[in-house]
Design a protein around this ligand. Structure first.
Ligand code: G3I
Length: 370
């Protein structure tokens, strides 16, 4: 299946393959799909920022809606579905022959409040089933793969306490995959999470995959989110992650790649996320408002090169590499977990220019990768 997709989405039209490799999708066309996200925020990229759309159509052959299909946007009220933004992204993907991700069906984050007010467990189960059915059938034949369940694990590999776990029980992941399969037996189905380089969390993901398979419930891929920084995780940790996840027999996808270059307050033990607000405007936590220094740009370029050389080395296991965003201007990193910072995690800068890391990726010499 994966080779067929890579062939279909990367090598059509054939003409593109025979031309010079001056864009990402052609450069990596023999190895994996290359993806980006499009957002739907108040600046409404899909309607207003045509420059971003040009970058996306020129460089990427896979697309993920960054927010539009999430529960709070697609199903904001008990009996109300809103698909207009998701539909625009879907149309764009179709017009540009892109492999489209459905992100995401079951996630504890970005859910509307009414969900936690459903007191009856049977009713909750039916509501989840209906949510999955409505989204999957609405985009049948358009979405190629759904992130069925997102971020179900704690870092120690146990199941995160979410409204889904509370209302449905330990088997909510199985149910979600079964509902998705029943709604469309042809769409690919994935489990997606972050920090899978951590051995205990990775073991948890492997348990989920194996348990689904043992029960005869279809899972096609595992998504490694890849919100990384200049040093962590190490290349060795990433390699181990890819090898161990691939050993389960499902495709590995790098689903949300970005490399932050600014300090991460998550490392501050004992400080709750809500307290990060006090760091807003503090230069210590936002050192590069005036621009990224040369030495950091060089580190970012080197980091991207090493990461992509590793992905190419393991391309037999990886079917897609998606960047979480397109330009540094719109990256979620600028506002999370501290608002209004200047981060530089992607391959296109705030003025839509290609960064040195972009050219470094185009210059990778595949013949030297063993
Ligand atoms: O919807 C409101 C909008 O009405 C308002 O105008 C705007 C003003 O800032 O805020 C909007 O909400 C934002 C929401 O995205 C839009 O859906 C929130 O402030 C913002 O915090 C939220 O951030 C998203 C985040 O998920 C939420 O956790 C990011 O854009 C998105 O990139 C991020 O993506 C997640 C993946 O889905 C899963 N993995 C982690 C990844 C990064 O957190």
């Amino acid at each position: 299946m994966r080779n067929l997709y890579i062939l279909l989405f990367s090598c059509l039209p054939i003409l593109a393959c025979s031309q010079g490799k001056d864009n990402l999708k052609d450069k990596f066309s023999d190895y994996f799909l290359i993806g980006a996200t499009i957002n739907q925020e108040d600046y409404q990229i899909i309607d207003k920022d045509k420059k971003v759309l040009k970058i996306v159509s020129e460089n990427f052959n896979s697309l993920t809606p960054e927010n539009s299909m999430k529960w709070m946007h697609s199903h904001p009220e008990y009996s109300k579905f809103t698909f207009s933004n998701a539909q625009k992204i879907t149309d764009f993907a179709k017009d540009n022959n892109m492999y489209l991700l459905g992100h995401t069906l079951v996630w504890h984050n970005q859910v509307p409040e009414y969900i936690s007010e459903i007191a009856d467990k049977g009713k909750f189960n039916l509501h989840l089933k209906n949510h999955i059915y409505q989204l999957v059938t609405r985009f049948k034949g358009k979405v190629n793969m759904w992130d069925v369940v997102n971020e179900a694990l704690n870092d120690d590999g146990t199941l995160r306490e979410t409204v889904f776990l509370k209302m449905i029980g330990d088997d909510y992941i199985e149910k979600a995959f079964q509902f998705a399969n029943d709604s469309d037996p042809n769409v690919e189905l994935a489990y997606n999470d972050y920090n899978l380089y951590k051995p205990k969390k990775r073991a948890g993901a492997i348990r989920i995959i194996n348990s689904l398979k043992e029960k005869g419930i279809r899972i096609d891929a595992v998504g490694v989110q890849a919100h990384w920084d200049l040093h962590f995780p190490s290349i060795q940790q990433i390699e181990k992650t890819i090898i161990e996840l691939a050993a389960t027999g499902v495709d590995v996808m790098i689903t949300e790649l970005d490399i932050t270059v600014i300090p991460n307050p998550y490392e501050l033990a004992g400080i709750a996320r809500e307290e990060f607000k006090k760091f807003e405007g503090d230069k210590k936590w936002d050192p590069y408002q005036a621009g990224i220094p040369d030495n950091i740009q060089k580190k970012l370029t080197k980091r991207y090169k090493e990461i992509f050389e590793l992905f190419v080395k393991h391309h037999d296991k990886i079917s897609r590499v998606t960047f979480w965003g397109t330009t540094d201007k719109y990256t979620w990193r600028n506002d999370n977990p501290i608002k209004n910072r200047a981060d530089y995690p992607l391959l296109f800068d705030r003025k839509y220019n290609k960064k040195p890391a972009f050219f470094e990726l185009l210059n990778i010499d595949f013949s030297k990768i063993k």
